[in-house]
Design a protein around this ligand. Structure first.
Ligand code: MTE
Ligand code: MO
Length: 319
């Protein structure tokens, strides 16, 4: 268990939205010492070198939804991160000792500035924003997650991509000792993802370094992961060590594994079924076992910001 349950506090209380919001106000107005409900003693187990650190100067964003935020416990114990196992609670159980520092990110390809950068230097030039986004997994469940991150456009700008760069490609850490799930052949490692340059610089696309105002837990992709809220969750690659500016559409891990099931675009689309299930509806995690599924929205409800990217593209063919 990630969270050592303190006596007399139920997990529902630890993680409720109200507590999250109260905590947020509390953090704004005072120095955090032990005793806040989500304190380093509860979460610290997940980031051994430092407590689940509070992120400073996080700006709110007009792109955040005001929908009900999911419980911290849902978001950190119901995960897909095959590097740490295939079951939903495997990442939570198996990533506990993962060390996400020191960490460097290699930037390569069609750009003026390339090289290997320490994560702190990679993040430092940028303002952190809170982005409360819906996340829709291709498996037909969804959550609302308060990410903390940096617009990918701001990051990309600092590397000055050349006009020859049409796509951005990302890779997760490849290390079978630190990521034991990579001993399985379920995917071709490292996990790979990619976006067109236009998708990458869309204002909704962020690289997340935190959630709930705190550093990103390991199971959610520490220290840095992609969040592309109008696409299926698998586009949101975790534990990124490499970003490449490339001249053609890169092959992604899920496309390599099952090209008829997982396309490069992976835009959320209720009208385009997965070959094995419908995408018309989704189960909102945390809504209770008796809650009915809710309708899935085209582009996960972010059409106003992103529909123009796909003008003239056949979304059924380019799924
Ligand atoms: N490296 C890596 N990134 C990954 C995955 C993975 O298995 N490995 N799973 C993806 C899938 S299918 C989803 S739905 C989201 C889940 O993100 P979350 O666990 O933070 O909610 O992460 C995505 N990023
Ligand atoms: Mo997913």
């Amino acid at each position: 268990m990630l969270i050592k349950k303190p006596i007399s506090i139920k997990s529902s209380e630890i993680t409720s939205e109200t507590n999250y919001l109260n905590r947020r106000n509390f953090l704004k107005s005072s120095t955090l010492i032990g005793g806040s409900i989500i304190s380093s003693s509860l979460i610290g187990a997940n980031l051994p070198d430092e407590p689940f650190a509070e992120l400073k100067d996080v700006q709110p964003s007009k792109y955040s939804t005001d929908e009900k935020i999911n419980n911290f416990l849902d978001v950190t114990s119901y995960n897909n991160y095959y590097e740490f196992g295939l079951d939903k609670d495997d990442p939570y159980k198996n990533s506990r000792d993962f060390q996400s520092r020191p960490w460097s990110i290699e930037v390569t390809g069609e750009a003026e500035k390339t090289g290997v950068f320490d994560i702190e230097d990679f993040i430092k030039p940028h303002l952190l924003e809170e982005r409360i986004y819906r996340m829709r997994c291709v498996e037909a469940w969804s959550m609302v997650i308060p990410w903390v991150g940096i617009p990918l456009a701001d990051i990309i700008k600092t590397f000055k991509p050349l006009s020859s760069a049409t796509h951005v490609k990302f890779e997760t850490l490849h290390d079978r000792e630190r990521m034991p799930g990579q001993k399985s052949r379920v995917l071709k490692w490292p996990y790979r993802e990619g976006l067109t340059i236009q998708e990458a610089v869309n204002p909704l696309t962020i690289m997340a370094v935190g959630m709930y105002g705190r550093a990103l837990p390991n199971q959610n992709g520490a220290p840095i992961r992609l969040v592309v809220p109008w696409k299926y969750g698998f586009k949101g690659i975790k534990g990124i060590v490499k970003m490449s500016f490339v001249k053609s559409q890169p092959k992604t891990s899920w496309e390599m594994a099952a090209p008829n099931e997982y396309g490069f675009y992976a835009n959320v689309n209720p009208k385009v079924s997965h070959p094995r299930w419908s995408q018309a509806r989704e189960r909102r995690i945390g809504s209770g076992v008796f809650a009915s599924k809710q309708p899935t929205q085209l582009f996960n409800g972010y059409g106003e910001q992103v529909a123009h990217l796909y003008d003239g593209l056949n979304l059924r063919r380019h799924f």
